[in-house]
Design a protein around this ligand. Structure first.
Ligand SMILES: [Ca+2]
Length: 439
């Protein structure tokens, strides 16, 4: 077992500090000697990053902020408009990646997409989604990628392309489709029966398109391609381009609301109620004496380990005041992360990574949770503000920073070291301390 040396990061929920950031000292929080907290990287978001070893701070936040699946826009030309009784490929410009089990780092480096999941939808046959690998092998499959095709359409099939090379071509596959964003956003949800199964042929060129027709057309927005086997023994699955075919109108539609965490209530029995996620170690919201402040209501599923994103399968158990999470990873089968969220008697909530176990635990050098947002305020709240002290050797001026969070608040371009931070809404303030970074 590898001990996780970082102490729990803690933050206090306090009342009556709205609009009064100058009252922060009443918290009596000493400036701790061995911590750095990173806050307010963008409106509504407060990130937490943790690690086991000191490292360059910028690299941590870069790793966290680099993660994120975004729509690829402006890259694609319209797909062929050739009439097709089996449907027409939906233009790649309106796809987004919802989820995947594994991806490689961008090659040669961002903003290149080769290797990443976005490489499957960038309308470029020279870039491809490739599952993470080392020494020429990925973790055993099945591997999968889930796409949002930009609307709920009458889907008829899927086009698959992959680079004509040794590693990557998928052989046996299954395709699933759903209109349910909750299913699509979950790594473990039941998609029902596949809409297509079969085996691809080994590619004859990197732009070869292999079309799979669904057993019957269906109305759906989300499609998951599952690689059950590959053409070599390395288990590396790849797709240079994926198109989903549809009939009828495929005009882009508004995206559905993101999946929400299933809240589970914790309480200290003294007025502080904390809703935590059932599916992932995250705080959904806080309620102190009827006043509230937000956490992260959108359901999370990923850890970033050594800079790579990994979907976790998490089980949670809880008592009145503590939730304990055990997270495992399909693509890191020998790493297990245990974490807790605890509500204490003095209205403090602690998030702690309490263990990193497994035979590969020694390989975990850096750990972060993208979009963790332990505390968040909305720019629509006129009282929304972040207070932080920037570490500085300049004794001639104040190091305090009070930053209103508005729709025009700029995202920090990089990490800002601070010993503590205070996030304030119209009802509650939260003071945050963490020792999860530098000693
Ligand atoms: Ca591509």
């Amino acid at each position: 077992m590898v001990a996780f040396r970082a102490e729990p990061c803690t933050w206090r929920v306090i009342s009556s500090c709205a609009r009064r950031p100058d009252r922060r000292c009443r918290l009596g929080i000493a400036v701790l000697a061995r911590l750095v907290s990173i806050v307010a990287l963008r409106p509504r978001v407060l990130r937490f990053t943790g690690r086991r070893r000191p490292a360059v701070l910028a690299s941590v936040t870069a790793a966290a902020t680099a993660f994120g699946l975004v729509a690829v826009g402006g890259l694609a030309s319209p797909a062929s408009a050739t009439p097709d009784p089996d449907g027409t490929p939906i233009t790649p410009a309106q796809y987004t990646v919802v989820d995947f089990d594994s991806q490689s780092p961008a090659y040669p480096a961002p903003p290149a997409l080769d290797g990443t999941a976005l490489g499957a939808i960038d309308d470029d046959y020279s870039s491809q989604w490739t599952t993470a690998y080392s020494d020429g092998a990925s973790a055993p499959g099945p591997h999968w990628i889930t796409l949002d095709v930009g609307g709920s359409f009458r889907l008829t099939g899927l086009d698959y392309s992959v680079k004509d090379q040794y590693n990557g071509p998928i052989k046996d596959f299954e395709v699933y489709a759903t209109d349910d964003p909750q299913v699509a956003g979950s790594a473990t949800a039941d998609w029902g029966a596949p809409v297509a199964t079969g085996a691809f042929s080994a590619p004859t060129s990197s732009s070869q398109v292999q079309t799979v027709l669904f057993e019957s057309p269906l109305q759906a927005r989300f499609v998951r391609l599952v690689s059950e086997s590959t053409f070599n023994t390395g288990n590396i699955a790849a797709a240079s381009e994926i198109r989903v075919r549809a009939t009828g109108d495929t005009t882009p539609q508004q995206p559905p609301a993101p999946p929400q965490a299933t809240p589970v209530g914790l309480s200290n029995g003294n007025g502080l109620m904390v809703q935590v996620g059932e599916e992932f170690p995250q705080v959904v919201s806080y309620d102190l004496g009827g006043k509230t402040i937000a956490g992260q209501p959108e359901r999370l599923s990923r850890f970033t380990i050594n800079g790579d994103s990994h979907v976790a399968t998490t089980t949670m158990t809880s008592t009145d005041d503590r939730a304990t999470y055990v997270s495992t990873f399909a693509d890191l089968p020998h790493v297990r992360i245990t974490s807790t969220i605890t509500v204490t008697d003095d209205d403090t909530v602690q998030f702690a990574v309490t263990g990193i176990d497994g035979s590969d635990a020694d390989t975990v050098d850096m750990l972060s949770i993208p979009d963790h947002s332990l505390v968040a305020v909305d720019s629509a709240d006129p009282a929304a503000q972040l207070a932080r002290t920037k570490i500085s050797a300049d004794s001639t001026t104040t190091a305090d920073r009070f930053i209103p969070i508005t729709a025009s608040t700029a995202t920090d371009s990089g990490p800002v070291g601070t010993p503590y931070g205070f996030v304030t809404g119209s009802q509650l303030s939260a003071g945050i301390i963490t020792n999860a970074t530098e000693d």
